[in-house]
Write a protein that binds this ligand. Sequence first.
Ligand SMILES: NC(=O)c1ccc[n+]([C@@H]2O[C@H](COP(=O)([O-])OP(=O)(O)OC[C@H]3O[C@@H](n4cnc5c(N)ncnc54)[C@H](O)[C@@H]3O)[C@@H](O)[C@H]2O)c1
Length: 259
Amino acid sequence: MTRRFDDKVMVVTGAAQGIGRLVAERAAAEGARVLIVDRSPARKDVVAAIRGARGVAEAISVNLETWAGCEKAMQKAVDLWGRIDILVNNVGGTIWAKPFEHYEPRQIDAEVRRSLFPTLYSCRAAIEHMLPRESGVIVNVSSIATRGLNRVPYAAAKGGVNAITASLAWEVAERGIRVVATAPGGTEAPPRIVPRNPNAEEEQREDWYRTIVDQTIQSSFMKRYGTLDEQAGPILFLASDDASYITGVTLPVGGGDLG
Ligand SMILES: NC(=O)c1ccc[n+]([C@@H]2O[C@H](COP(=O)([O-])OP(=O)(O)OC[C@H]3O[C@@H](n4cnc5c(N)ncnc54)[C@H](O)[C@@H]3O)[C@@H](O)[C@H]2O)c1
């Protein structure tokens, strides 16, 4: 086992399950002190699992769709451990899956609030702590769905995440901060404790979701979904000093699908 994150302070958003949880657990196993930011009570299970494996973790519940929530989360890491070395902006995910003409305006707003604003706000809140130290890494989690079917608002939000990655990286590169992203493809995961959309309503929703699955497999050279480990690995590589000369780019992690 490598120890790429010994003594590093890492904040992972949306880390109560899925990709974020595995990033937090693997980083802690490599020595990071990890702050789990998630509004689901399942965040406590992640802290318990990390501590059970002799790692260091704390958790905070905030609403990451608000500036106040993001600012509070970043401040919590600084209060606990004095700094933020690495921020992984993982929270996000499409809430609805359907052709664009079926989205209501309120649903478009909700998608952008879920998949763009948490990253935009958290980047802004984190650099306040990173810039004075001239050190830090931000890894954003985007999606290859920036070119995909049945999720236009989510695609737009993740396109925004790619833009934040490129533009913020340029602004802060000479001040010691790297900003990078991965764009996951379809990822197999255990059933979600927190569903993306507990009240999905339309009767065509299974067909519309099936279109996403079929398109995702079809667009991948490998014709399969990836695993959680295949997503966590590239995120941790980009977060580590192994990637010290990489900034401003979004790495597609979709079996050949470039998004
Ligand atoms: N899973 C995939 O197939 C896939 C594919 C491409 C991209 N991605 C991206 O990877 C990232 C992680 O996806 P996932 O499927 O592992 O996540 P997920 O949907 O399984 O979990 C998201 C977590 O975020 C938390 N959360 C959601 N909104 C929140 C808020 N406002 N405040 C605080 N916590 C909140 C939830 O409680 C949950 O624990 C997302 O950005 C997603 O867009 C995932």
